[in-house]
Every structure is written in C-alpha cells, then in structure tokens.
Design a binder for this molecule. Structure first.
Ligand code: NZQ
Ligand code: ZN
Length: 379
C-alpha cells in the first residue's frame, strides 16, 4: 500500500427535490450570485426556472453567464471572469454538466485574483483564494461535483488540459437525479463510459491496495449492471440515481485510498481527440481504453489479469480487453476512430497532437513510439 492523504470538503445533497434547500444554502455565502450555465438545455427542460425561483425566493441578486460549450473553452472562462468582477459577485452557482462546473471552478479562481486563467492552468501561478461554488449537476459523468479538478481547452495554444487544486472543491453540490432525466441516450452512455474510465484510471494508478481494488470493481460492476438498463429506460428515476451515484463515487477520492492517485494516460489521449474533433469526452475514452490496454498487455499482464478476475471472472488478458470493449459497444459508444468517421487520413495529425501534448500517464509513461502504436490501435 502507498502512503496517501485524503481530503474532500464538498457537501453533497443527493436525491429527489434536494434543490428545495438551494436558496438557503447559497445565501450563506453572500447576496450576489453569478449563475453559470451551458447552451440552453437547462432552459429547455425547466431546470433554469426552478433554480432561479429558488434563488429569488432567498432574496438573492443574480448575474448570469451562459453559453459554456461542451469541451469548454478558455474564452468563456475569461468573459465570465470579467462579468463576475464587474458585478462584484459573492458566490457562484453552476447549473449543468462537467463543462459548466469545470469552467466555474477556474472562473472562481480568477475572480478572486488578478491572475489570468491560463496561468493557473499551466502552473505559472498558484491560486490563493476562490469564490465559493455551489453546483446543481444535470449530467452524471465526470465527478467534478465532488472533486478538485477542472478541464479547459485553449484553441490558441492547441491544448485541452486539467488543473487540480484544493481550492477547486465546490462548497456544495446538489444532485437530484430528476435533473438528469432529459440527458439524451448518447450523453447518458458517454457518462457511463466516463465513470468506468475514472475507476479504471484509479485502478492503473500506483498502488494496489485490495480494499480499493474491490471498491473500484464495485463501482464498475454497478455501472455494468445498471447502465444498459438505464439506456433502455431513460426516464427511470431509480436508474438515473444509481448511475449518478456511481459517477460521483468514481472520482471523489474514494478510489485513491492506499494509492498515489490514478494513471490518467487514457484521459490524456482522449483530451487530444476532443481537442482535434470536438468529440464528446466519454466517446474518446471508449476508443482509447481498449487501445491502451492492448498496448500495455505484455507490460502489465498481472494487473490486467487482476482486473479481469475482478470484473469478468476471467484470467485471460485478451478476454478482459474484449469484454470491456464489448460493453462499450453494447452502450453504443464508439470503440474505434472509424466509428466516428475519423479515418487513416487523420493519422498524422492525431500523432502530432499526441506528441505535441506529450500525452502520458502519471504511472505508465507513454513514449512517442507508444503514441504511434496507440493511433494504429485506435484506428
Ligand atoms: O450546454 P447544454 O445546453 O447544457 O447541453 C449539454 C451539453 O451539450 C448537455 N446536457 C447537460 N445536462 C443535460 C444536457 N442535456 C439534456 N439534459 C440535461 N440534463 O450535455 C452536453 C454535454 O455536457 P458536458 O457538460 O460537456 O458533459 P460532461 O458532464 O460529460 O462534461 C464533460 C467535460 O468534463 C471534463 C471533460 O474533459 C469535458 O470537458 N471532465 C472533467 C473532469 C473533472 N473535472 O473531474 C474529469 C473528467 O474526466 C473530464 O475530463
Ligand atoms: Zn473522464
């Protein structure tokens, strides 16, 4: 077992109608709220009205920033920072999925300082304060609702990168599965893939404590069990709740006990595909994971066998990889670049992006030769 520290200050409010308490909670942090949301789904499905009513009932003043894109970009972060500073907001409310919440985390760091967002993201400056962040999550996938990570894309520098800091932890996250009922089939599937990928990244991090391995298997098996059922019954509250909880537990620190964090090599590859083709995050992972496992199968066969035993009751490395891939196919997430019509003509630009970004895991380091193999394996 590795030495480790554990910390999670986010208060989670989970279940039906938990947002009834939202106004009272938000007003503890001040009078003026910066409400941040995406490209319209929250208005279309009535979540916006519900939340704004809560805030108004609590007597709060609201300034809004909307239009955060999936695979969020730096420009939106910077514009929201200007708005937040001009209006001297006290607290932020992020209403949306991972892209909205991740953006809000970085927006909060910048409003509380005179530093530009990309200087934090690139570790050229260290944050000293943030604006309190309260979330209402509308999509089960990333785990950002209960962690200190944020991922942003900068089209100018050609990067999609993550930034992890204790100041990024939300104060509160409200998770009412009713808010996820409108998530369409494809993004529901990508969310299931993403949470499984988070558990796998933890599994392949440094350290192999058996209790944590078992927690990881439980999360993945729960998603294997409920995920396909949910995809056949998208309106089902209980199924939405199961997947929502799986997603939070997959990346809130629980899977790191006794380990030195996760590997994150597959996410590093996935981010390059999202950057190049605006591919939804989960869809990049169902392509990259089978390829990564094939690359690693002769390097870490025992670890992959342990995964196979834990998930599929098999000792075979090849069977483990093909059963994982089969699950991704079952939930209709792509497993090859060709499934997204990304053909051989794109091979060199993907390779260049992987090389340029030095896409690698923290534990299992990827070389340029590995990048080439991975591109071939993903085709
Ligand atoms: O923009 P709107 O109109 O809101 O539509 C969104 C968006 O098009 C829509 N949506 C969200 N909730 C909905 C809904 N549609 C109907 N009903 C609802 N209730 O779904 C689309 C995708 O939203 P997005 O927020 O982009 O998805 P997700 O939650 O998967 O977030 C993905 C981002 O999170 C990052 C990813 O890299 C990606 O940028 N990640 C963040 C992590 C973290 N902070 O810990 C870890 C992850 O590994 C991941 O990297
Ligand atoms: Zn992810």
């Amino acid at each position: 077992m590795e030495n480790f520290t554990a910390y999670n200050p986010t208060r989670l409010h989970f279940g039906k109608n938990v947002t009834d308490e939202l106004g009272d909670v938000v007003k503890r942090y001040g009078k003026h709220v910066l409400l941040i949301y995406g490209q319209g789904s929250v208005k279309k499905y009535g979540y916006y009205d519900k939340i704004v009513n809560q805030l108004k009932k609590a007597g709060l003043k609201i300034t809004e920033y909307s239009g955060i894109k999936p695979n969020p970009i730096l420009e939106d972060v910077e514009k929201a920072v200007v708005l937040g500073k001009q209006n001297k907001i006290d607290v932020m409310l992020a209403l949306g999925g991972g892209s909205v919440i991740d953006s809000a985390k970085i927006i909060g760091l910048c409003i509380a300082s005179d530093t530009r967002a990309w200087d934090f993201m690139k570790w050229r400056a260290r944050p000293k304060a943030s604006i309190p962040l309260v979330n209402v999550l509308t999509l089960a996938a990333t785990g950002t609702e209960m962690n200190g990570a944020a991922v942003i894309q900068n089209p100018e520098t050609g990067e999609k990168i993550g930034f992890v800091d204790e100041l990024n932890f939300p104060k509160h996250s409200f998770l009412d599965p009713q808010f996820t009922i409108s998530v369409p089939f494809d993004y529901t599937a990508y969310g299931i893939v993403d949470l499984i990928a988070h558990a796998l990244e933890a599994f392949f991090g440094k350290g192999e404590p058996s209790i944590t391995d078992r927690i990881i298997f439980s999360i993945i098996k729960d998603a294997f069990y409920w995920g396909p059922k949910l995809l056949q019954d998208l309106q089902n509250y209980d199924l939405r709740a199961s997947i929502m909880l799986d997603a939070t537990l997959a990346l809130n620190g629980l899977t790191y006990y006794g380990k030195q964090g996760g590997d994150w090599g597959v996410h590093a590859i996935g981010h390059q595909l999202s950057f190049l083709y605006d591919t939804p995050h989960g869809a990049t992972l169902s392509i990259a994971y089978p390829a990564w496992l094939k690359l690693q199968k002769n390097r870490i066969p025992d670890r992959i066998k342990a995964l196979g035993r834990g998930l599929f009751d098999t000792d075979s490395v090849d069977e483990t990889i093909s059963l994982l891939s089969a699950f991704f196919t079952k939930v209709k997430s792509p497993v090859n670049l060709s499934d997204l019509d990304i053909g051989l003509q794109h091979k060199s630009e993907i390779l260049e992006q992987l090389n340029k970004s030095r896409a690698s895991g923290l534990h299992h380091v990827l070389s340029k030769e590995d990048h080439l193999k991975l591109v071939d394996l993903m085709m």
